[in-house]
Structure formats: structure tokens, C-alpha cells
Design a protein around this ligand. Structure first.
Ligand SMILES: [Zn+2]
Length: 313
């Protein structure tokens, strides 16, 4: 059973809220757009692999995008599969073209020329996650839970090449469509059953699962002044719709919307603060009447927090 589904990553949501509101001459805008594309592609790849993992949902307990804390350090795993005998960590990769694992030099080379070694090496990443998960299990459940890992490529066209020990790499690295059988075969080879029930281990992990958020304004050194206010036209994406009689009007394409402010509010709450005052709302929507913003806030899905005199989700 899948007990933790994959959601759209919060960082991707933040980037998508940020890009249309960033002043066009912001120096790192190209890099930010590139990051958004990479994260979107990564998320699509993860969902593709989820499809194959979930073919095992009848037999095993499955959690996607798990974040745990061990010794004050947060670590993230793309997916975990829990059987009666072991836990399998799935480290997902979405490289296109070709990737070469060189077991002699302990590095991997991407066809774009990047060489990944040390902590960026996909197998080293998975090994670190295994160590951290084992420590977490020891501190929270038991030291006798076997942990294994796989590095899984989402793109079926990725060519996996090996220099050196082919068999060792083939044990760990594979394409998504081979994953279900691989897990079943390896699991069959294990002779001992764990003392703990797999769904109870899953439940415990779910209980301790953390939300992992990065402050993207800090990450890209963006100040509040770099973020533009205004209501975005849902049709032509231009910022700065004008408030007419109970509707928003785009000055550029003349289209009309009753709900366009909701996106602006959601952008603000995701990017700037998790709450908004009426005054901040006036500034955000470029509206001079407090009564108008009060009406808009009341009819939104936000809740008023009388203690802080602000609106929040
Ligand atoms: Zn427009």
C-alpha cells in the first residue's frame, strides 16, 4: 500500500510563483528559470518511476519523498519500499543520453562531460542515505532491519555504460521498468523475516516524516524589492490587472477575471510570508481601497487570525 504520496515539491511551487513576479532585469533570472525546468523535469521523472514502484503496492508498504532527521541532520529519500524482510531505498535520477560508471576510478561520467565523484556520485548518495536510515532505524525502531538501495533512471533512453565491474553495477543501477522484478527477486533471496511488521515500520516513518523547505529568496539572494506586486492576467500572464466593478481587467489583452487575485495571494503566501495583513494585500493587489481588499480576503479561502490580525491559509 502507498501510505505517503508524492506531492508537487514545494521548491518547484515556489520557483513557479517567483518567476513571473521577478523583476525582468534580475541578474540570476536565467539560472532560476533553468532550475525551475530541471526541477520540473526531475518531478516528472520521479512520477514516472512511481508508476513502476506502485506495481508492488499490493505486496509492500511504499512511501514517496521521505524526509527524516537523524542527529539534527535532515536527509531525503526519493522513495522507500518496505517488505517483510527489508527496506529498499530508491534514489532517482533523470539524466538523459548516456552515463558511464567507472568502478576502477570510482566515478561516473555523464555524456554532457560532467564527472561525478565523491558525494555527488549517485551510488555514494544512495550509500549515505542507507547509513543515515540505518542510524535512524537504530535510534527509533531496531538495529536489525536490513536496508538496501537502488539507483533508478527514469528516462528509458538513458544508456547505462560500465567500465570495470559490470555485475556490481547491475545489482544496484537500473531503469525504472526493471525495478519491480528486481525488488521481488532480491526480496525472495532474503531468508529471514523482520520482527517488525512492515506496515508498522511504514507508519512510524510516516509519523516522523518532516517537511523540507528551502528559503528560495535567500538561496538566490532576492530581496523583497526584486518581487513585483500586482495581479497577473490568467490569459496573457501580464502583471498589473486593474480593479473594475467586482472584476479584474487586463490593460494589455483586455480580458476579464473575477478570481485572478487568488493566484496573487497564493504567490505571496508561498514566497513571502505564510500570512498577510489587509495593508500588505492592498499593496500586493495594487488596490487603494481597504474595503475592496477586505471583501476579497473574506471571499478567499483564507482564514482570519484575530491574534495577529492577519490572514492565513
Ligand atoms: Zn492579459
Amino acid at each position: 500500500m502507498v501510505i505517503l504520496n508524492r506531492k508537487v515539491p514545494i521548491t518547484l511551487k515556489k520557483l513557479q510563483a517567483l518567476i513571473p513576479r521577478l523583476r525582468p532585469d534580475f541578474p540570476r533570472i536565467y539560472e532560476i528559470k533553468q532550475d525551475e525546468r530541471n526541477r520540473r523535469k526531475g518531478y516528472e521523472g520521479e512520477k514516472h518511476i512511481d508508476y513502476y514502484i506502485e506495481l508492488l503496492a499490493d505486496k509492500f508498504t511504499i512511501l514517496h519523498d521521505v524526509c527524516l532527521e537523524v542527529n539534527k541532520r535532515i536527509f531525503q529519500m526519493d522513495s522507500i519500499i518496505i517488505s517483510k524482510k527489508a527496506i529498499y531505498i530508491i534514489e532517482m535520477k533523470d539524466y538523459s543520453n548516456k552515463i558511464t560508471f567507472d568502478t576502477n576510478l570510482n566515478q561516473c561520467i555523464r555524456s554532457d562531460g560532467d564527472i561525478e565523484m565523491g558525494y555527488r556520485h549517485p551510488i555514494a548518495q544512495a550509500e549515505n542515505q542507507k547509513l543515515l536510515l540505518e542510524t535512524w532505524l537504530e535510534q527509533n525502531l531496531s538495529r536489525h532491519i536490513p536496508v538496501r538501495y537502488f539507483v533508478v533512471f527514469s528516462d528509458p533512453n538513458t544508456i547505462i555504460d560500465v567500465i570495470g565491474d559490470q555485475a556490481a553495477i547491475a545489482e544496484i543501477v537500473l531503469h525504472a521498468n526493471h525495478l519491480p522484478n528486481k525488488v521481488l527477486n532480491i526480496d525472495n533471496e532474503i531468508n529471514t523475516t523482520m520482527k517488525q511488521k512492515s506496515h508498522l515500520i511504514g507508519k512510524r516513518i510516516l509519523k516522523e516524516n518532516k517537511d523540507f523547505e528551502i528559503d528560495i529568496l535567500q538561496e538566490y539572494q532576492i530581496s523583497r524589492n526584486d518581487i513585483l506586486s500586482g495581479v497577473q492576467c490568467p490569459k496573457c500572464q501580464t502583471l498589473g490587472m486593474k480593479r473594475g466593478h467586482s472584476k479584474w481587467i487586463c490593460m494589455r489583452c483586455k480580458s476579464v477575471s473575477k478570481q485572478a487575485h487568488l493566484k496573487a495571494l497564493s504567490d505571496y503566501l508561498i514566497l513571502i510570508n505564510p500570512y498577510i495583513s489587509n495593508k500588505e494585500c492592498m499593496k500586493l493587489l495594487n488596490v487603494s481601497s481597504k474595503d475592496v481588499t477586505t471583501r476579497l480576503l473574506k471571499s478567499s479561502n483564507l482564514m482570519y487570525d484575530p491574534l495577529h490580525r492577519r490572514w492565513r491559509r
